[in-house]
Design a protein around this ligand. Structure first.
Ligand SMILES: Cc1cc2nc3c(=O)[nH]c(=O)nc-3n(C[C@H](O)[C@H](O)[C@H](O)COP(=O)(O)OP(=O)(O)OC[C@H]3O[C@@H](n4cnc5c(N)ncnc54)[C@H](O)[C@@H]3O)c2cc1C
Length: 402
């Protein structure tokens, strides 16, 4: 770790929710920040996100980060507009996961989260015809909801600019050179920019860039891409209005009730998480009729009235998967890139945690002592997998995102 004095200027690569939050957090601490994004702000996976914001996790560290983050979303106006909409979320459990959920209830309440045990009658107030025959235990978070991922990222970027940051879009970084304590970033327009440190917030494209920077195959990060398809539907009359998101781990799906009349169906299927995809492959045309049928069936089995819902559109995006489903936030000096840092491998739940990621990276670059940081960045080290110190979900087989 270089000292705070050495890091006065930082280049952030990637203008998604992570890069923009990191840029904001560093700029607001007085660092000279330059963010470089090859497309436009939020044009990567952030722009395809369901952007659900919740605090229900089964790991205390991640739950604390989720709580920190949701508080930032609730008070976001000092940064800008995030579109955060409080809808509540319902988490029904059965089988082996019930005992874990009961333990989590206590853990989450202990952190100060308004987690509630609710009877099925309460769920029926939201969804009158719900099939609850396999619900053994139900948790509810009234404060959870969703935000607008494009607005949030732009708000962070604009706030960073107010603190003196420069945002450069439409430039692809083609190389990172780290020599003699200086880092240089080269772009596809032939420019080169120097800074004391570089932060890669490049999601599924991280290893590709590391490869260009001369990092050998064996030293690349354990991150791969998986595709997630989301189906947007117009809700029938009986489901109109503000409704909570319904998690359906039994069917490996979630149903986001967006606005007053749209529902988005997303997948929680661990098999989909595990299926690798080329980050530069044809994501846009990934979804097929079979997938749509299958997920419409899941929805209508759970909420029979949705039979009359009509498909409006579909969106496919990529998750940057890590082996334990949690971020890698670390220095890359061990693989030869001194003063280069990474925040990637967010595994499909990185939007809601973007306020915390920004805070962690800013702490990592400006504090000497991890014990003084709000969240100890060492938990997110790249070598935790080798050392057997993974960040575990307590649930079994309901996707990586718990
Ligand atoms: C379908 C879907 C649904 C999701 N739902 C949720 C959800 O409900 N809740 C939640 O919390 N999370 C969700 N996520 C995950 C969340 O959206 C992501 O974890 C988060 O937005 C990732 O942000 P990012 O900044 O790390 O990545 P990205 O938004 O992908 O940003 C990375 C940026 O880096 C740029 N870049 C890459 N390489 C270069 C280069 N060489 N030079 C310059 N720029 C470069 C890219 O253009 C891109 O804009 C979902 C994701 C998907 C795909």
């Amino acid at each position: 770790m270089v000292s705070d004095k050495a890091i006065n200027s930082v280049i952030v690569i990637g203008g998604g929710s992570s890069g923009c939050s990191i840029a904001y957090n560093l700029a607001s601490r007085g660092k000279k920040v330059r963010l470089i994004e090859r497309g436009s702000i939020a044009s990567g996976n952030t722009g395809k996100s369901s952007a659900l914001v919740r605090t229900h996790y089964s790991n205390e560290l991640i739950s604390s980060m989720a709580l920190y983050s949701i508080k930032e979303f609730m008070n976001f106006s000092y940064i800008g507009y995030s579109g955060f909409t409080k809808t509540g979320m319902v988490f029904p459990f059965n089988g082996v996961n019930v005992d874990t959920a009961r333990e989590n209830f206590k853990m989450l309440r202990g952190l100060g989260i308004d987690e509630q045990e609710i009877p099925v009658e309460k769920v029926r107030e939201f969804f009158p015809d719900i099939d609850s025959s396999d619900f053994d235990y139900i948790l509810y978070e009234p404060d959870s909801g969703y935000a607008d991922p494009v607005a949030t990222s732009n708000a962070y970027a604009s706030a960073a600019v107010k603190y003196g940051a420069e945002i450069i879009t439409g430039r692809s970084v083609t190389n990172i050179v780290a020599v003699n304590g200086k880092t240089t970033v080269e772009t596809d327009r032939g420019e080169s920019y120097n800074a004391d440190a570089v932060v890669m917030a490049t999601n599924v494209w991280t290893n590709k860039l590391l490869n260009k920077a001369g990092i050998a195959e064996g030293d690349l990060l354990p991150i791969y891409a998986s595709v997630h398809d989301t189906i947007y539907l117009r809700r029938p009359e009986i489901y109109k209005g503000i409704k909570p998101t319904l998690w359906d781990p039994q069917k490996s799906a979630y149903y986001k009730m967006e606005g007053t009349s749209v529902t988005a169906i997303g997948s929680l299927d661990p098999l989909i998480d595990r299926t690798k995809f080329d980050p530069d492959g044809d994501v846009e045309n990934h979804i097929n009729d079979e997938y749509i049928e299958k997920y419409l069936e899941k929805l209508t089995e759970r909420l029979p009235g949705m039979e009359n819902a009509s498909v409006i559109s579909t969106v496919s995006g990529l998750y940057d998967m890590s082996p334990d489903g949690q971020a890698i936030i670390d220095s890359l000096s061990e693989i030869g890139l001194k003063n280069v840092y990474v925040c990637a491998g967010l595994s499909g739940h990185g939007f809601k945690l973007s306020p915390a990621y920004g805070r962690i990276v800013a702490d990592m670059l400006t504090l000497q002592d991890p014990d003084k940081a709000l969240f100890d960045w060492r938990y997110f080290s790249a070598d935790r997998f080798r050392k057997g110190k993974t960040i575990r979900s307590m649930y079994s087989e309901i996707g990586t995102i718990y």
